[in-house]
Design a protein. Structure first.
Lengths: 112, 114
C-alpha cells in the first residue's frame, strides 16, 4: 500500500491546456515537497509546503497543501512541452522526518 | 559547485554476484541518503547517515544490503548475492543536515541483475 497516492499516474495533454495532479494520503505530514525528474537524472526539488492551506506559486505552477496536511495538489496553467517530465510528491512524516516518503509519480506529456 | 555524483552510472551483473555502488555527496553535507527507485515507481528510502553512522537503516530490504560511510563523506552501498528483484535505479542524496534541509539527489546508478 502506497502511503502517498498520486493521480493520475499518466497524463498526456495538448500545449496550452491546464492540468492538476493530486497527492493524497490518510497520514499527516509535517511538510510536503514536489519534485520533477528527467530521464537519467535524480529528482529536483520544485517547492516545499509546510503550513496547512498554504499555496505557493512558481511561474505557471501552483502548489497547495491541504488544510489537514494530508494532501497536496500541483496545478499547471497553459502547459508547455518543456513541462514534460515525471512529477513526484514526497512527504516528511511527523516522526522520522529525515527520510522522504514518495508517491509513485505522475508522468506528464505535453504535446505541441 | 559539484553536485552529488554516483558511480557507476550503469551496472549489469549476474544473479548471485556482489556489487558496490558509490556515492560522492556535495562537499560539506553531513547527511547522506540512499533510495531505490523501481521502474514506474517513486523512490523508496533505504538508509541514511548523519556523519559516519547509519542513523536509520529501516528501509534496507534484507541483510544482503549494507551501506558504509567510513569517513563521513563518500558512501558505498553493498549488495550481496544479487537477485533479479534488486534491479532498479539506486539514488543517493545529501543535505546540509537532517532536520528540514533540502536533499540534493545524484543521477543514480541503474542496476540490472540478469
Amino acid at each position: 500500500t502506497q502511503l502517498l497516492e498520486q493521480s493520475p499516474q499518466f497524463l498526456s495533454i495538448q500545449e496550452g491546456e491546464n492540468l492538476t495532479v493530486y497527492c493524497n494520503s490518510s497520514s499527516v505530514f509535517s511538510s510536503l515537497q514536489w519534485y520533477r525528474q528527467e530521464p537519467g537524472e535524480g529528482p529536483v526539488l520544485l517547492v516545499t509546503v509546510v503550513t496547512g492551506g498554504e499555496v505557493k506559486k512558481l511561474k505557471r505552477l501552483t502548489f497547495q497543501f491541504g488544510d489537514a496536511r494530508k494532501d497536496s495538489s500541483l496545478h499547471i496553467t497553459a502547459a508547455q512541452p518543456g513541462d514534460t517530465g515525471l512529477y513526484l510528491c514526497a512527504g516528511r512524516r511527523i516522526q522520522g522526518a529525515q527520510k522522504l516518503v514518495f508517491g509513485q509519480g505522475t508522468r506528464l506529456t505535453i504535446n505541441p | 559547485g559539484a553536485g552529488v555524483s554516483q558511480t557507476p552510472s550503469n551496472k549489469v551483473t549476474e544473479k548471485g554476484k556482489y556489487v558496490e555502488l558509490r556515492c560522492d555527496p556535495i562537499s560539506g553535507h553531513t547527511a547522506l541518503y540512499w533510495y531505490r527507485q523501481s521502474l514506474g515507481q517513486g523512490p523508496e528510502f533505504l538508509i541514511y547517515f548523519q556523519g559516519t553512522g547509519a542513523a536509520d537503516d529501516s528501509g534496507l530490504p534484507n541483510d544482503r544490503f549494507f551501506a558504509v560511510r567510513p569517513e563521513g563523506s563518500v558512501s558505498t552501498l553493498k549488495i550481496q548475492r544479487t537477485e533479479r528483484g534488486d534491479s532498479a535505479v539506486y539514488l543517493c542524496a545529501s543535505s546540509l543536515g537532517t532536520s528540514g534541509y533540502e536533499q540534493y539527489f545524484g543521477p543514480g546508478t541503474r542496476l540490472t541483475v540478469t
